[in-house]
Design a binder for this molecule. Sequence first.
Ligand SMILES: Cc1cc2nc3c(=O)[nH]c(=O)nc-3n(C[C@H](O)[C@H](O)[C@H](O)COP(=O)(O)OP(=O)(O)OC[C@H]3O[C@@H](n4cnc5c(N)ncnc54)[C@H](O)[C@@H]3O)c2cc1C
Length: 518
Amino acid sequence: MREERRATWARWGTPEQAKPLPEAVAGLLKQVFDVTPPGPVTVLDAVSAPAPALAEMALAALVAVVGAEHVGTEAAERALHASGKSTPDLFHQRTGELPALPAAVVAPADHEQVLAVLAVCAEHRLAVVPFGGGTSVVGGLAPEADGYLTLDLRRLDRLVAVDPVSRTAVLQAGLPAPRADELLAEHGFTLGHVPQSYEYATIGGFAATRSSGQASAGYGRFDDMVVGLTVATPRGTISTGRAPASSAGPDLRRLFLGSEGAFGVIIDVTVRVRPLAAQRHYEGWRFESFTDGAAAARRLAQDGPRPTVLRLSDEVETMLGAAGRGRGDGGCLLVVGHEGASVEHAVAQTAAVLRECGGQELGPEPGEQWAAHRFDAPYLRDALLDAGAFAETLETAAFWSALPGLYDAVREALFAALPVPSMVLCHVSHVYETGASLYFTVVTAYGDEPVARWQRAKAAANDAIIAAGGTISHHHGVGTEHRDWFAQEIGPLGVDVLRAVKRELDPAGVLNPGILVP
Ligand SMILES: Cc1cc2nc3c(=O)[nH]c(=O)nc-3n(C[C@H](O)[C@H](O)[C@H](O)COP(=O)(O)OP(=O)(O)OC[C@H]3O[C@@H](n4cnc5c(N)ncnc54)[C@H](O)[C@@H]3O)c2cc1C
């Protein structure tokens, strides 16, 4: 029986799924940060909200399109859809200091209903926010609009077609990732897209944010898997992707990948699929320093063999991970995973390269441990928040030559903006021939106004990223939170191009106002 995956309140998982902090980490928190648990979390049923400011006519038109049972106007339903899952989002839910709630949550059944809802929104000048799994961490679900509608895509949850000859599948946008994999597995295929938000995020969300997963070294980023898209806009529908490759003008797929609901609503995605892996092998390697480990990762990314998973923790992250497992080896941990029809040869070749690069073989245990706990971090964030510690992440990417400078610049900016003591952990999360991404985790005590303080630290880190030549986001997207730095990254002409596209597709300006497009 399939488990229903819906947005949860004030935490990542449900309270029943809560994971305790490892004893050593809890001890460290008490000792270093002297944290005390905060007050009780606001209960969802206690959330009150003014009656939705939705014109009678608009409400009646929406009900006529999707049916009354698919238009939610209760405070709890609206509150659940008012934000994503960044730590500030969780804080607002925990304290009950919520942002503006949507006027209603509408769940269309199909493409035609999405087009009809968009027409109602355009006619009534009602802002509309596509909602997939609700896991955005960049304010992608909180538009700058007085009153808006949430378009929940959960009913678009079918595997439409599989083409085993071409190895492609058409998946509807509202499919949660685990369900998509379950349906593909019935045909012997997998997506191979495993972000840490896997349990809740959807196919449409992955495409709309150009997501990247833990196995992207081997399977590629989500935007590389997409061979076609159907997008509903207030002006009608656009379908892209007739062939595996094309020289027929600019690639319109790329216009909608990463468009974060600002240009249209993704209805379905045609993706390249791979056969389910018959073999898998995960292992750990120790490097003396982050620099040595990064050099080894670069060697594999550039000269091969390319593992399916390649992930390098810096000294602090390695130390904390080891402390959680009651060990302390020092150095930096590189997790290497191979998946495929037959992995023996690749495992041996990879080992030869890593040995040559000065790596010390730790065997399968650290790799298997990582794989077994690959989805734990957001549950541990809940436990940290329960304990009174603030934990949040940020990520970027740069070419290999700029990576060491970027690493130093972000750490310096964060330490300068955060109170003492604070912890900044980092890992290389994705590798490419030409560069890699860096994923930072920050842990500090709540203190006064933790959200405002984090926003100052994040702004300082964002400035440092742009100055050091990194991108403002490698996989979380732009939303509202990265928008100003995104504008710096693409320049005024780039911003004008995006605005022109939006004007053409969304003349009334109702799609996700304030998100992505400056
Ligand atoms: C704990 C945690 C871990 C994460 N780990 C990763 C990770 O490893 N890799 C990664 O890439 N990201 C990660 N993220 C970020 C997030 O999960 C991704 O951005 C994901 O792709 C969003 O999918 P979603 O279905 O939840 O989209 P939502 O959060 O619902 O929406 C994201 C944005 O896309 C728009 N949108 C959603 N669906 C559609 C659609 N059908 N058509 C048009 N626009 C749409 C929304 O309006 C919004 O602006 C993580 C987030 C959390 C909270």
